[in-house]
Design a protein. Structure first.
Length: 204
């Protein structure tokens, strides 16, 4: 796991990764975690943007399949992201770059630099991002084959996944021990919708 401070020159840190990315052949879609395979079939297309709404755990789960398969991943703008949670989903911490904090002014440049060498980027964008900057970033993602998973909405996202139900297991009448959590996830692709249940901790 590599943690990068906001003032670190990403170009230098990512140079080696970029060479590996250029040398390797990559499938057109990313593998999915088994718990999300039916929901995401046939997989998340490389070079696209997918929005997730309602739970950071959902974003981690979306990233985990690609990470488990050996793809490099990065997170941007999540200072309190739980390493244990990521590990429980199978995220390979040795192939993970963390950028916990980034200013709104540098967000686009940071994500664009990561897209040069990283397969999947989990990012929390600034509240307002001009359409011109979104278009520039999406062009870069398509060119490099990097996939962006963004918290909250994103105009023209290839798909949007949202938590429509959130249930904690183990609490009854205000007492008991928490044993897990169930999230009902709805995926929207155009006018089509599909739902599935995501369990945490994830099935082993």
């Amino acid at each position: 796991m590599t943690a990068l401070a906001p003032d670190v020159a990403l170009e230098e840190k990512l140079a080696g990764l970029r060479e590996l990315a250029d040398a390797g052949s990559r499938a057109s879609t990313l593998p999915s975690h088994p718990a999300l395979r039916d929901l995401l079939a046939p997989g998340l297309r490389r070079g696209s943007v997918h929005a997730f709404i309602g739970s950071t755990t959902l974003g981690i789960a979306l990233m985990s399949g690609a990470s488990t398969a050996g793809n490099w991943c990065a997170t941007v703008g999540f200072p309190d992201l739980g390493i244990e949670n990521m590990s429980s989903w199978g995220v390979d911490l040795d192939h993970l770059v963390l950028v916990p904090q980034v200013t709104a002014e540098r967000w686009l440049d940071t994500v664009s630099a990561l897209a040069e060498a990283i397969d999947v980027i989990l990012a929390c964008p600034p509240p307002t991002l001009p359409p011109s900057q979104r278009n520039r970033l999406q062009a870069r993602l398509r060119h490099r084959g990097a996939t962006l998973l963004v918290a909250e909405g994103w105009p023209q996202a290839a798909s949007t996944l949202r938590v429509t139900e959130d249930r904690w297991i183990g609490l009854e009448r205000g007492g008991g021990h928490l044993r897990g959590r169930e999230l009902t996830i709805t995926r929207e692709v155009g006018h089509r919708r599909r739902s599935s249940t995501l369990h945490w901790p994830p099935p082993s």
